[in-house]
Design a protein around this ligand. Structure first.
Ligand code: ZN
Length: 312
């Protein structure tokens, strides 16, 4: 039903924007207009582009990058863009139709090109709605491994240098400076995980977005069986989660779709696990929040994991 509506909406968009002309290829006297599909990618483009680039995002902070109901404003952003950045790896299932409908001639850069994908972690029961990752063979959340973000940054740098060759040196310099910040972040992630006793490096989450983090840094993420990410957990789900925490001796739980504080308290009380703070997987926080940039997002998650997993 929702899907049919979306296709109809896009057909209308293509009527409006189908005849849009190409964006000017090499802007000389104005900033490059970049569009990024979601907030984390938008931040990376900003870091490399600096003041030479204005960045519009399609899926903003605190929003679900897997699902977007495109609006005429989204198509307009694409139609006016000089360059478009997407994550790829199946994250933006909604993108192909939208970009066709927009009529844009801007080059599309797949930021994850060159990343070695890992399989989607979908053995557990998982909803099949917009946020279900069940129909993707690979895990799209590659930015949870800092090494992959180096690849993103290189692709962004090369893309910007291509559409705005006059400022290629500035993009190279900004990318190099940001790569140094990524090096520092990666050292901090490894040091923080190393401080956690190995037998405590396990966490339960309901959103299977941390596969790359787990593979890169040696934390184990366990998804509770029989819990859908699409709806509030039932009392039966909660009982299953408690059993699994006890069985696998999981010290901490981060359960994004259990917002009922009484359920959280029950899980903590009956399982002995700590309930972790908020973690950010697919979107930045609002600008005044703790995860307004990619670097802050990673550090904020690290703090939450660390606080929940350190003994005592
Ligand atoms: Zn996700």
């Amino acid at each position: 039903m929702a899907r049919t509506f979306r296709i109809a909406a896009l057909a209308i968009l293509s009527l409006w924007f189908g005849s849009a002309g190409p964006a000017s290829a090499a802007p000389q006297d104005r900033p490059v207009r970049a569009v990024a599909t979601f907030s984390i990618l938008g931040d990376l483009v900003r870091q490399v582009g600096g003041s030479r680039v204005t960045v519009a995002t399609l899926v903003g902070p605190d929003s679900d990058a897997h699902g977007l109901s495109p609006s005429p404003a989204d198509a307009r952003k694409l139609a006016e863009a000089d360059i478009v950045f997407v994550n790829g790896l199946g994250l933006e299932g909604w993108f192909d139709r939208l970009i066709r409908a927009s009529g844009t001639r801007a080059p599309v850069v797949v930021a994850s090109a060159g990343v070695k994908p890992i399989p989607a972690q979908d053995e557990h029961a998982h909803g099949d709605g917009d946020h279900g990752h069940g129909d993707h063979a690979v895990d799209p959340h590659a930015w949870q491994d800092v090494a992959n973000v180096r690849i993103y940054v290189a692709n962004i740098r090369d893309g910007l240098a291509e559409v705005d060759p006059a400022h290629a040196d500035a993009y190279r310099a900004a990318a190099a400076a940001y790569l140094a910040e990524l090096d520092a972040l990666e050292r901090d992630v490894r040091a923080a995980i190393a401080r956690i006793p190995p037998e405590r490096r396990r966490i339960i989450t309901t959103h299977d977005a941390f596969g790359y983090f787990a593979a890169a840094y040696g934390l184990r993420f366990i998804a509770p069986q029989g819990v859908s990410t699409d709806s509030e957990a039932s009392p039966r789900d909660v009982a299953a989660i408690i059993r699994q925490i006890r069985k696998e001796r999981v010290p901490a739980v981060f359960l994004e779709n259990i917002s009922d504080p009484r359920q959280m308290q029950q899980i903590a009380r009956e399982s002995g696990a700590r309930v972790g703070g908020k973690v950010y997987s697919d979107a930045l926080s609002a600008p005044d929040g703790p995860a307004a940039t990619y670097l802050d997002l990673m550090r904020s998650n690290l703090k939450a994991f660390d606080a929940a997993l350190m003994p005592g």
